[in-house]
Design a protein around this ligand. Structure first.
Ligand code: GLC
Length: 441
């Protein structure tokens, strides 16, 4: 057997998450949740949202702002009750556009510049002489002291805009709206995107009590039956991307070392769209010494950090052509790496598949940890609502999550469903605003 094949076999063992590990991770995750809830030192921040799941009677028309780190999206959403809604207007703008020469997420940009840009986008959606309440989905750790007040904790997903530390997010927004002379928009609620996913999905399907994002970033929120603040049910944003009791490989360590915040967001760095392409790239480079891409004159290009993204991995994973011609196309036309052999492409496909499968199993293990906390003997039905490009677009990703849940939960697995929630941030922020204004049928 050649060296490349031997190394691929070793990698398969290294990246495999077996059922025993799923159980251990789930157990440790649950323990870490408990520590966080009890105020003990924990990688999980367990941030309160000041929200319960919706009654499904929430109605009204609201402006919503979705700030996730890649795009800023402004929606005008009308809630009709009983899970129904209409999106009347929708604007989406990238936060970084090299062609248009701007980048609001680099350390060269300040919070004021970023929020001025956001306020300008809001200005393109609103009509004159109309008042709006705005729900803000801000997809980063925020320490909330109420439904409309949240202090910025720290950036994740490699964002570096300065001047955010300790600032109240909706005050930053209100000040920017004022600078842009927008006087008809009043921020009324702030939520995390995981909370948005949970709210939006439970507006339509009441068994939903877990909301999760598997996209550029990764995080999960759930309905805590006994919130430490009130002893009543409350949705908690766990910031679970920072969970760290995990089977790290040398590749994970290498990615972490070179990242913006070494030691932080270790789960997110193993599972989310922003990082899994980079893991595949790091592994591919470590395979150079067993001949990977040896016949390519451009193999050095593979040494470019963050060359590969989730979309590349989807393509590697789903190429079922005999000669892996989709991968050839992508390598040559998109990444400018010519001269790959069929063995190279097979290896890249295997690495991508292994990383994606590991991601889905790790995420599923955390869901099991949550389920064991909220309903240890699984007496009730639970729906886990998931938003994000990985879950939506990566072939086989959702199935792998479901398979892992079913295997670990045995016959009780039928009590647990997973479902895609699209636009959860927009709909969820509208629901949160309706709750803030107590607007029900
Ligand atoms: C990052 C953020 C978190 C967000 C997640 C998904 O992990 O810290 O708040 O929910 O990305 O967007």
């Amino acid at each position: 057997m050649n060296n490349l094949l031997t190394k691929l076999q070793e990698l398969t063992t290294e990246l495999n998450i077996c059922p025993g590990q799923v159980n251990t991770i789930a157990h440790n995750f649950r323990q870490t949740m408990l520590d966080g809830l009890r105020g003990k030192h924990s990688p999980l921040q367990m941030l309160p949202s000041y929200l319960h799941t919706p009654s499904q009677n929430e109605i009204g028309t609201f402006l919503t702002l979705d700030f996730g780190g890649t795009n800023v999206r402004v929606l005008l959403t009308e809630l009709l009750g009983q899970g129904k809604f209409i999106i009347h207007a929708h604007v989406s703008k990238r936060l970084k556009d090299t062609n248009a020469h701007y980048n609001y997420i680099s350390n060269q940009s300040t919070a004021d510049q970023l929020f001025d840009f956001i306020a300008t986008q809001i200005g393109t959606v609103i009509k004159p002489n109309t008042n709006y309440s705005l729900g803000h989905t801000f997809s980063f750790a925020t320490h909330q002291t109420g439904l409309n007040t949240g202090t910025f904790v720290h950036w994740t997903k490699e964002i570096e805009t300065t001047g955010m530390k300790g600032q109240d997010i909706n005050q930053l927004l209100a000040a920017a709206l004022e600078r842009q002379h927008i006087t008809t928009v009043v921020p009324a609620a702030i939520i995390n995107d995981t909370v948005g996913a949970l709210l939006a999905a439970s507006y339509m399907e009441q068994t939903t009590d877990i909301g999760s994002i598997c996209g550029t970033g990764h995080n999960t929120a759930y309905l805590e039956p006994h919130s430490p603040l009130t002893n009543e049910p409350m949705i908690i944003n766990m910031e679970s991307g920072n969970f760290n009791q995990l089977p790290f490989t040398l590749y994970d360590a290498e990615l972490d070392r070179a990242s913006e915040k070494p030691g932080k967001q270790r789960l997110e760095k193993m599972v989310s769209g922003h990082y899994i392409g980079e893991l595949v790239r790091i592994i591919a480079c470590s395979f150079f010494d067993v001949g990977l891409l040896d016949s390519s004159p451009d193999k050095k290009i593979m040494e470019t950090p963050y060359l590969l993204n989730g979309a590349h991995l989807s393509l590697f994973h789903e190429d079922l052509t005999v000669d892996l011609s989709l991968i050839t196309d992508c390598l040559e036309n998109n990444l400018h790496i010519t001269g790959s052999s069929l063995d190279d492409r097979k290896a890249l496909k295997t690495i991508a598949t292994l990383i994606c499968t590991r991601s889905a199993r790790l995420v599923a293990a955390t869901y099991i940890g949550i389920l064991k906390h909220i309903d240890p003997s699984l007496k009730n039905c639970h729906n886990i609502a998931i938003d994000g490009s990985l879950y939506e677009k990566m072939p086989g990703y959702g199935e792998e999550i479901q398979k892992t849940l079913t295997k670990a939960l045995g016959e009780k697995g039928t009590m647990v469903t997973t479902s895609l929630i699209k636009d959860g941030s927009g709909i969820g922020a509208a629901i949160a605003t309706a709750i803030a204004e107590n607007m029900e049928i």
